[in-house]
Design a protein around this ligand. Structure first.
Ligand SMILES: Cc1cc2nc3c(=O)[nH]c(=O)nc-3n(C[C@H](O)[C@H](O)[C@H](O)COP(=O)(O)O)c2cc1C
Ligand SMILES: C=C(O[C@@H]1CC(C(=O)O)=C[C@@H](OP(=O)(O)O)[C@H]1O)C(=O)O
Length: 355
């Protein structure tokens, strides 16, 4: 993810020595804590029942850029070593790409030199680095009173209905709509028991985002957030505010009226999701990312044996997430927070300059 002032690069492979991230552009003096960072990485493990049986400690090691608990302003490098690796089932399927996973196009792109074990660099495990980068960005935003919160908007056919206020005060770490959450768990359980997987939607809301971040075309904050979210493995759709729902409406229904509240300009509704013209309006920024179901499932699937060039039936064994969506909550929060942090720093460079 390369912003204009902040950027990060992900590195590592699922079955290599480690995964991690290099973060550049963080200002000096941001207070960080390894304990807090560990808690964010714990959140990325999701709901045990629907997550991989691979047991990783996910112990972050900060190699550079932090001194006496604060960022120094120089590049931050953090790694997490891989400990519980079993590559045997990946050797078995080396020539039979998994439908829905990156095995087939990755083999072509890298002329067969890619590390295919555990999906290599394409594994969802690499989102560890996104969560680490997001943690640093969240700490920067926290100082400005900006919070990013994500929840399960949908699992399969079950949808939650949650107001921004409910999201802020919720005790349930996955979904403030308790009834919907119970039904989501049942939906995930049905898929898991069937040896299948299920997808869903994560909604993220950024609170207290000041108006004026972003710009048209190259500076569009909506475009930058969408671009960051689409880089997360398994994301197949992104929408802001009412999103695709706006296509069904008339202008008279879709437009959010400007009104005054305590002397401040706000909108009565938030169909625009906090962004107009690529620029934040000061309303909560609301974005959704749709995740496809986990590609690796235990039901038989059709594929091609690339060695013998014949169609075969693939039967997978291994340790996979039957639903990746609960694991994706901190990943989505992190991507959104990182982009907002970049745009906030850019805004700060202009403040006081326009006289
Ligand atoms: C947090 C997370 C965990 C994932 N876990 C798995 C998994 O256990 N098994 C699997 O086949 N895919 C898993 N995926 C999805 C694949 O990594 C992804 O579908 C694959 O890299 C192909 O990329 P694409 O879906 O963006 O095209 C996971 C993704 C994320 C974000
Ligand atoms: C290890 C994690 O998830 C992995 C993501 C993943 C994939 O293909 O994306 C496949 C599985 O890898 P393995 O076969 O090595 O167990 C998951 O366990 C993690 O999220 O930390």
């Amino acid at each position: 993810m390369r912003g204009k002032l902040l950027g990060f690069s992900i590195f590592g492979e699922s079955h290599g020595k480690a995964v991690g991230v290099l973060i550049e552009g963080l200002p000096p003096g941001i207070e960080v804590s390894v304990e807090e960072l560990k808690r964010e990485l714990e959140r990325r493990k999701g709901i045990e029942r629907f997550s991989t049986k691979r047991r990783e400690t996910d112990e972050p090691k900060i190699l550079s850029g932090v001194f006496r608990g604060r960022t120094t302003g120089t590049p931050v490098v953090v790694i997490v070593e891989n400990r519980d690796v079993d590559s045997s089932y990946y050797e078995e399927i080396r020539n039979t790409p998994r439908p829905g996973h990156a095995d087939y196009p990755a083999g072509i792109k890298y002329f067969g030199y890619n590390d295919y074990r555990g999906g290599g660099h394409f594994s969802g495990r690499l989102t560890v680095g996104v969560v680490i980068a997001g943690y640093f960005a969240k700490k920067l935003l926290e100082r400005e009173g900006i919070k990013v919160r994500a929840y399960l908007k949908r699992i399969g056919r079950v949808e939650a209905h949650v107001s921004p206020e409910e999201l802020l005060s919720s005790k349930n770490p996955y979904c403030p709509d308790e009834r919907a959450f119970d039904a989501m768990v049942e939906e995930m359980e049905r898929a898991r028991k069937a040896g299948d997987s299920v997808g869903g939607i994560v909604e993220a809301v950024a609170f207290n985002v000041p108006p004026g971040l972003g710009g048209p075309w190259e500076e569009d904050i909506e475009a930058d957030i969408a671009s960051a979210l689409f880089r997360i493995p398994a994301v197949k759709g992104v929408e802001f505010g009412l999103g695709f729902g706006l296509a069904e409406l008339r202008g008279s229904q879709a437009n959010d009226s400007f009104v005054l509240k305590d002397g401040k300009v706000v909108t009565e509704t938030n169909n625009h999701g906090g962004v107009l013209g690529g620029i934040t309006t000061g309303m909560p920024l609301v974005v959704r990312a749709a995740f496809k179901p986990t590609p690796s499932i235990y039901l038989p699937q059709r594929t091609v044996d690339l060695g013998r060039m014949e169609e075969v039936t693939l039967r997978l064994r291994g340790r996979f997430d039957s639903c990746i969506v609960p694991k994706a909550l901190p990943v989505v929060e992190s991507a959104v927070a990182f982009v907002i942090a970049d745009h906030l720093l850019r805004r700060r460079a202009w403040e006081g300059m326009a006289r």
